[in-house]
Design a protein around this ligand. Sequence first.
Ligand code: SF4
Length: 454
Amino acid sequence: MGSNLSIFKIGVGPSSSHTVGPMLAGNLFCELITPHLQDVKKIKIELYGSLSLTGKGHLTDLACIIGLSGIKAQELTPTSKESILHLALNDHKLNLAGTQEIPFFYEEDVVFYRDFLPLHENGMRLNAFDAEGKLICSQVYYSIGGGFIATEEELKNPSTTSGDSKLELDFTSAKDLLELCSKYHKSIAEISMEFEKQFHTQEEIEKYCLEIWDAMQESYRNGCEPNSEILPGPLKLKRRAPELYRKHKSTSSDPLAIVDSVSLYAIAVAEENGAGGKVVTAPTNGACAVVPAVMLYLQEQLKERFGPKMVVDFLLTAMAIGSLYKKNASISGAEAGCQAEMGSASSMAAGAMAMVMGATPAQVCSAAEIAMEHHLGLTCDPVAGLVQIPCIERNAFGAIKAISAARMAMSRESDPTVGLDEVILTMYQTGKDMDLKYKETSLGGLAKTFGSVC
Ligand code: SF4
């Protein structure tokens, strides 16, 4: 597990588990085959479970091709993406690891299986062959959510690969976090900073957080003024952020205009993700707009008070809460439904907002609990396998619920009945009980009914 900074990663849309993760798997496979690179003359990509069932809509196939070309998610530009895909799909060549071109035929070298690999809903196998068709190397990867990748070995023996057993300061539950806050008389943001300082310097942590905030604001700006007003894919959805942005700029006496502002912030970023643009996983791509929407709301409300220190505290708190979901449950829609993505994002944003507004550590955990409690049971049923309907609007509701949860937690005078640890466990159990139809397969829910009537 290690540092929690990577809960926030700059990447590309539309999906962290279906796009960012598989791209990383491609990068890792390039490293794995480095000693045999000159002998590799064919690559075969095998996608299983949710990576297969919604893989085309989520661009998993293309993400693998880009990853195998040696390009990292944060380095990808529209130009490099286009040239890699043109080479692979039109010229039938893969620039393996960015070093040598080998033959590549999409129809036979990318295989979509309907069955699932045993350890996670998002499985894939990458294979390298020599000129005689002999297998040189094969590796199974699981995309476990938020752009994180694990091999079979890592999933089977997490304790041997976590590397954090000797940490002086550590927490795996909200209870641990609250005890640390009480013991050291620190806020959750300060404890999160102390935790991160076991991996990085304070200067590096602050710089990383501010870069993340810059990237979030860039996604928002790009979403307000996109190059194309239509989102990619068969639904041909019109982007709504440009129109919302035009209305937002004109002064309004509507007392509810603030609700429209939060929707604008979330929709702009989520549409940018749906378009395959640059966004920050928070904790995933599908739910990438909740945290920035709440931060943009705070910036609008607090003006210059929402400065670098508050930004860093917000993100440190959000990542500490996000790590609890990652360690104890799931942040993957394919594993536990949308509650694991949108609910975790809303919970992170709620706790972080409460923290920077002066809440006690207990109130921060309460805000995070409330936000998740009201996402429990939320299914993942993306229409046409795209991260567009219901995902884009759902980010706006995640942000509004987060703001509401932070306010509720801070205004209550009685102790909360349900704790954050319990709601995290409940979310995970609910996700495990959920039928596969509702876990990023597009086989049920809105994906099915909408498909049957249109
Ligand atoms: S419904 Fe939720 S979990 Fe599923 S793809 Fe959309 S945002 Fe992700």
